[in-house]
Design a protein around this ligand. Structure first.
Ligand code: 4AD
Ligand code: MG
Length: 462
């Protein structure tokens, strides 16, 4: 099938020239007596190409009838546009209706709410906003691989089905083929997972970090980029049950190195998106977040602040702000605290480091004070936590003490503990929540609108 050129390339190359072929979907048809104007979009960029169709063309009536959303293939001459709004238009010599669209097509010209568009996630990708969002998402993915590959990192594909809980928070989706109504039982009456598919209890992974650490201790610098799952019942605009995470892990690396890498990483990704998706960013600026471009440019050029958890708590307490959840040393920072810190007190991205040991995962390195760990969360305006990471506890005795103290099953982590037995070294890493990054880059305010088919509590349509 000769489907021709992409709109993006047609506009880039320009004209005038003849014999241009374009395939795409009709966004709108404006029919007047002599000519009809058909806007055709192919998803390659925000712009649709205006096709001018003479009423004398044999397929004129078919095209007009085919309706918004129809698939068409056009051949014609690219000529300077006579109307305003676009530089070039395609003067059609032939238009073929490849697939017509029923009049019930729900994406008509008026503006729809994001809530409504979520109910037609299979069609919303043909709208301008979602076109822009998913092109930005794609560019950000590309940037991430480029960033790490340019620096010699190895991309490691950590397992999706796992027998260990990385975060130790018990927020795992179980994977089983046992008969739910009548599972086999042990003598004590417990479910007998030895008879399950994997001959043990398994779940969907919450993070690839533990496996990534074993690779870092062989390859030096590695990263994961894949889906992760959390069965936390948080119905918020920032939580999804299935989301993608990027988890770099570096050997012979400490917390400071980690902060520096995460900073370079965020800046690189942001600069890449600005460069590759300029038109989409301008569109999102107009319709989604005023000031988006300036904000992103500032991310690229500004310093990120670093502050200890202790200082953050002091500054929040001294701010005079009334929080729903009072601040005091030892609490886990809530979204309201994180946002106040980054939006009001710092007015930009801020790394909070050295959190209390008791609110963080078992694998984080215990600091010399014995009560904090070498953790780092990157907080950003509008979203709060976008990155969570740490230097890892590389000392076997301290790590064992933490695992036992938290009541985790040591035997589940035997292979992880081996890394501390055989050539352990200081190492560090972090996880960037990819959807939160895309929210940050696009200005979208709900995680459901930056992932193709969102999975959140109560919803797994499509
Ligand atoms: O802070 P988290 O839980 O850290 C980890 O999983 C570590 N193992 C990462 C590491 O050090 N390698 O999650 C990391 C990031 C968060 O900062 C957040 O951006 C995102 O993942 N995240 C979520 N994104 C969407 N929905 C959820 N339910 C999320 N939970 C975490
Ligand atoms: Mg976290």
């Amino acid at each position: 099938m000769r489907r021709g050129e992409k709109v993006k390339d047609i506009l880039k190359q320009g004209g005038p020239r003849s014999g241009v072929v374009l395939s795409g979907w009709v966004r709108s048809v404006r029919d007047s007596k002599q000519v009809a104007f058909v806007m055709v979009n192919d998803g390659s960029c925000l712009e649709s190409l205006q096709v001018v169709m003479d009423a004398a063309l044999p397929s004129h009536a078919d095209v007009v009838k085919a309706g918004t959303g129809a698939a068409v293939r056009v051949t014609g001459d690219l000529v300077p546009s006579q109307g305003g709004g676009q530089q070039w238009e395609l003067k059609a010599s032939c238009i073929e209706v490849v697939g017509s669209s029923d009049p019930s097509y729900p994406l008509q010209k008026k503006r729809h709410t994001f809530e409504f568009l979520r109910t037609i996630a299979h069609l919303r990708v043909r709208s301008n906003v979602f076109g822009a969002v998913f092109r930005v998402r794609n560019a950000a993915s590309h940037a991430i691989h480029r960033f790490f590959q340019e620096r010699g990192f190895l991309w490691v594909h950590t397992p999706i089905i796992t027998g260990s809980d990385c975060e130790g928070a018990g927020e795992m989706f179980q994977v089983t083929t046992l008969e739910l109504g009548n599972p086999p039982r042990t003598e004590e009456g417990k479910i007998d997972f030895a008879q399950d598919f994997f001959a043990r209890q398994t779940s969907l992974t919450v993070s690839g970090q533990l496996e990534a650490e074993t690779f870092a201790l062989a390859f030096g610098d590695v990263y994961t980029f894949g889906p992760t799952f959390r069965a936390e019942n948080s119905n918020t605009p920032r939580h999804a049950s299935e989301f993608w995470m990027i988890e770099p892990e570096m050997a012979f690396f400490d917390l400071q190195d980690n902060v520096a890498l995460a900073t370079d990483f965020i800046k690189y990704m942001t600069a890449f998106v600005l460069e590759q998706c300029g038109g989409d960013i301008d569109f999102l600026e107009q319709w989604v977040e005023k000031g988006l471009r300036a904000r992103l440019e500032q991310v690229v050029s500004s310093q990120f602040s670093v502050m200890t958890y202790t200082e953050a708590v002091e500054r929040l307490a001294a701010s005079g702000e009334k929080f729903e959840y009072p601040v005091k040393w030892g609490i886990d920072l809530q979204t309201e605290h994180e946002r106040h810190l980054t939006e009001v007190l710092v007015k930009g991205p801020v790394f909070v480091i050295d959190y209390p040991k008791d609110i963080k995962a078992f694998y984080m390195k215990v600091n010399d004070d014995g009560r904090t760990v070498a953790a780092m969360d990157l907080l950003v305006p509008r979203i709060g936590e976008i990155i969570g990471g740490s230097q890892r506890e590389h000392r076997l005795d301290v790590l064992l003490e933490r695992i036992r103290g938290l009541g985790l099953r040591e035997e589940d982590y035997w292979w992880y503990l081996d890394t501390r037995r055989f050539g352990t070294c200081p190492h560090a890493g972090f996880g960037l929540g990819f959807e939160r990054a895309v929210m940050y880059l696009t200005g979208m305010s709900n995680i459901r609108d930056v992932i193709p088919y969102p999975r959140v509590p109560g919803t797994a349509e499509f």
